[in-house]
Design a protein around this ligand. Structure first.
Ligand code: ATP
Ligand code: MG
Length: 310
């Protein structure tokens, strides 16, 4: 690696309050059931549910409705997700508006994000500009900094969980299905290894990686790793631990994440971006940048200055 690529991470960060403004608590939504909304179109589906764009008849406002089938034994997990989402009010997080049960399903009413997800952009083979990725990084880091201030780890940062609002251009974190409050991690039997393996950090795939010592003080670092993998994937167009066009084989991928060196950006990338990704993908979580430190990284700070002149 060229010495030009070795930038030092600034820290510790003097700012201790989250930089994104907390939103006011949402009005307790008046939607009581499916008859209060008109289903307009299918937005996507994931492992747990189907998401639709809906119109609330009374207010004529658009929302996203995530319909999750209630399986035996899933109640506690769903209640946990609702409890976490109710706590969160931030302009960097997709707002939860309420939930109701109907027809054996739990319906989550969410802020509607009209630009889709980073995953949908990737599927369109859209090359993402570095300036856009710097904005993604800043917005997600601000969201993670806020979550950390609430002692919440997301644990499933990946392209399909980062949603885009077009006007103004904002990226927000979605999907708290496997998130947890740090103080509850020890008894988190439902979710302790949850999340999407392809974006998981080495210490999450193998918690005893550090001479048998668990990584208790570094829970939040897992989300930073996942952000680094996501940004790199959006830049190079394929999962960074796999060659282009290779399907994801989870066993190979997990071995690569745990035992190989972290990937780096191609030499054509700017020094700042290259170093930013290096800071996110430090295999040793104790050396990885924190959200607050990375918000002060030149990749973020310099791009923010440019955004102001646009
Ligand atoms: P996983 O099951 O691993 O979470 P996923 O993230 O793709 O997969 P969902 O969270 O259920 O699954 O979301 C499915 C898709 O629906 C998302 O990828 C996104 O394209 C769309 N979507 C989800 N929430 C919203 C929203 N609030 N506004 C607009 N589109 C959304
Ligand atoms: Mg999701």
């Amino acid at each position: 690696m060229s010495t030009q690529k070795r930038l030092q991470l600034k820290g510790p960060n003097p700012i201790s309050i989250p930089r994104c403004l907390p939103l006011p608590t949402p009005l307790q939504n008046s939607i009581q059931g499916l008859c209060d909304v008109e289903r307009l179109k299918f937005l996507g589906h994931g492992s747990e549910g189907i998401v639709y764009k809906v119109l609330q008849r009374k207010s004529c406002s658009y929302y996203a409705l995530k319909v999750v089938h209630r399986k035996a034994g899933s109640t506690e997990k769903i209640m946990r997700e609702v409890e976490i989402m109710k706590k969160i009010h931030s302009s960097r997080i997709v707002q939860f508006e309420g939930a109701f049960e109907e027809g054996g399903n739990i319906n989550f009413l969410l802020e509607y994000m009209d630009g889709g997800s980073l995953h949908s952009l990737l599927k369109l083979n859209k090359r993402m500009a570095v300036s856009f990725l710097a904005r993604v990084a800043r917005h997600v880091l601000e969201g993670l900094e806020y979550l950390q201030s609430e002692n919440i780890v997301h644990r499933d940062i990946k392209p399909s969980n980062l949603l885009i609002n077009l006007n103004p251009l904002q990226i927000k974190i979605a999907d708290f299905g496997v998130s947890t409050i740090v103080s509850e991690l020890a008894c988190d039997i439902y979710n302790s290894s949850a999340g999407t393996c392809a974006y998981m950090s080495p210490e999450r795939l193998n918690p005893y990686i550090y001479d048998g010592a668990p990584y208790d003080d570094y829970y939040y670092g897992g989300d930073i790793w996942s952000l680094g993998v996501t940004l790199m994937e959006c830049y190079v167009g394929h999962h960074p631990f796999l060659p282009p066009d290779q399907n994801i084989d989870l066993a190979t991928l997990m071995c690569a994440i745990c035992f190989e060196d972290s990937p780096t950006l191609p030499p054509a990338a700017s020094t700042e971006f290259y170093n930013f990704i290096e800071c996110c993908l430090k295999k040793d979580v104790r050396r990885r940048g924190t959200a607050s430190q990375l918000l002060n990284h030149p990749f973020i700070v310099n791009n923010m200055a440019k955004e102001k002149f646009l």
